[in-house]
Design a protein around this ligand. Sequence first.
Ligand SMILES: Nc1ncnc2c1ncn2[C@@H]1O[C@H](COP(=O)(O)OP(=O)(O)OP(=O)(O)O)[C@@H](O)[C@H]1O
Length: 252
Amino acid sequence: MSEAVVQVADLTKQFDGVQAVDGISFDVSAGETVALLGANGAGKTSTLAMLLGLLLPTAGTIRVLGIDVVRERERALARVNFSSPYVELPRRLTVMQNLHVFAKLYGVARPRERARAIAADLDLEALLRRRVGSLSSGQKTRVALAKALINAPDVLFLDEPTASLDPDTGDWVRGYLEAYQHRTGCAILLASHNMGEVERLCHRVLMMRKGRIVDEGTPQALITRYGRATMEEVFLDVARGRGHDGTTEAAQ
Ligand SMILES: Nc1ncnc2c1ncn2[C@@H]1O[C@H](COP(=O)(O)OP(=O)(O)OP(=O)(O)O)[C@@H](O)[C@H]1O
């Protein structure tokens, strides 16, 4: 592990009356994969959206690759990318057109060649001429991942990277992400509800509840601390407000 490429301090987001993110701080280092975990509404997507400069924080600072994302979004984003099942790619464009357009948007050298190469890497060649709107959700997820890797980002934000994938394809994508990170040393921050995925891919886990980070550690350290057998069980403890010492939220 090396220097922190994502640095978040006292990050807060309020939507009228809702405290979506409540003063969280964390770092992600180059070569590290970190998970943001928490129940529906815990604040994961809001956090990722602020890191991408899509949502303005109410307070706090975010530096990605040393760049203040709120002030200099464009400069930071050239070396960053993301995929999310909630952000659809243009449906009327074919897979090839999408990858080509995004390669150009990210200022990639030889955009057409890069689009072809990443499509081959992710086994998408048979889909290149299909319109994105006609694809199954699992196929769309793989295209979204190809788009996320089009600029060979140093920092990758992934919201549910294997949502809608069948177990075989999901396993293949996880293996691909592991190998990709090994090769490039990129940092990955991901939100996932798949605890097997988190145990396999993530070096560190940030447990979120009601907008706060309530615990963190390696998957194994958390499993041991909560006296559980799997991350699934740790997740349930945190989501239900049970601390690692067995206390419930009201008593904490
Ligand atoms: N645009 C918005 N306006 C008002 N409230 C919002 C908005 N976006 C999110 N929220 C609220 O902020 C809180 C955090 O939502 P967020 O989407 O960040 O959670 P999440 O952890 O990503 O959940 P999920 O696992 O369901 O995707 C929720 O209470 C949600 O209702």
